[in-house]
Design a protein around this ligand. Structure first.
Ligand code: NCD
Length: 309
């Protein structure tokens, strides 16, 4: 088999996703079984954009597999600041590592990177495009909470235009039966047409609404997102739209008792901190799932997933 990359969540087949989630479940149950599996392997983390959870969960994942990590956490501390191309940076780091996770503000940068190196490339977020490892995290969290990935009404709320986590999540959920999406956003931050086309092609049911209140009673999952400040062309628009949605305990009064509230984080103002103590709030569990699914992903892309007995 050739080099495996993860650029878009659709790069993984449904069976493969299922196996990866099973592997993550097993890692959660039996962490010591996996503590030496990546001994002698190095993960490169090339982050040209800020990150807390994605970069540090990749780092924690590789460390808990017994491997090493090197990299940078901002473009300014790499040779990108001297004008080096992404291709050259990736080709170089490919000489020092066995697998690379990269985040870049330009859509498509990981595709260019994958073409220039012989080590697997993981897209850790490319501009407003995709974020497949967040989606793996989301799927694992949903499966652990709901014990299924089909037959659900999923509300996605906030910045559906620039929110790459939403684009990837919808792309992934379309492969499961009877998923309905309720898209909750201001007109200016509606989901891109290509995502609508994908939903139509998969015959998925979807509706666009303006308020959280009208969507709330039917939802099984509520996926909140931050308004993506860094992707706006002018600050005035950001300021006008940033507080459009604030999830609070009052709005949750009409929600299902077994609603699962997710958020890729970081949160700004869109979820009141009072919601954190509601048993339906699962966004910090989600952050933890991110470490385990990234362990499973690293093992899979390095072809080490079958080595552990
Ligand atoms: C998300 C991202 O980077 O797209 N964060 C993350 O990886 N957990 C969401 C966001 O920044 O709003």
């Amino acid at each position: 088999m050739g080099i495996r990359n993860l650029i878009n969540i659709t790069d993984l087949g449904t069976d493969e996703l299922f196996q990866m989630m099973n592997l993550a479940d097993d890692i959660i149950e039996n962490p010591s079984k996996y503590s030496e599996t990546c001994r002698g392997k190095t993960l490169g983390t090339l982050f040209f954009e800020p990150s807390t959870r994605t970069r540090l969960s990749f780092t924690a994942a590789m460390m808990e597999l017994g491997g090493n990590v090197l990299g940078f956490s901002e473009a300014a501390s790499s040779s990108a600041a001297k004008g080096e191309s992404v291709s050259d940076t990736v080709r170089t780091v490919g000489c020092y590592s066995h697998i690379i996770a990269m985040r870049h503000p330009k859509e498509g940068a990981p595709v260019v990177a994958a073409d220039r190196t012989t080590v697997p490339i993981i897209n850790a977020g490319d501009g407003g495009h995709f974020h497949p490892t967040q989606t793996l995290t989301d799927l694992l969290t949903i499966r652990r909470e709901k014990k299924r990935l089909d037959n659900m009404v999923i509300g996605v709320c906030g910045d559906l235009k620039f929110g790459r986590t939403v684009h990837s999540l919808i792309g992934a959920m379309l492969r499961y039966e009877n998923i309905e999406f309720v898209l909750i956003s201001p007109v200016e931050l509606k989901i891109p047409q290509y995502v609508k086309d994908a939903m139509d092609k998969a015959n998925a049911k979807w509706t666009e609404v303006r308020t959280l209140e009208e969507a709330m009673p039917r939802l099984d999952i509520l996926y909140m997102t931050r308004v993506q400040k860094e992707r706006f062309f002018n600050e005035e628009d950001y300021i006008r739209l940033k507080d459009t949605y604030v999830l609070d305990l009052k709005k949750l009064e009409v929600a299902k008792k077994d609603l699962t509230i997710l958020h890729p984080l970081p949160r700004v103002t869109e979820i009141s901190t009072a919601v954190d103590d509601d048993p339906r709030a699962k966004y910090f569990e989600q952050a933890l799932c991110g470490k385990y699914i990234r362990m499973a992903l690293i093992l899979t892309l390095l072809g080490l997933d079958k080595e552990v007995k």
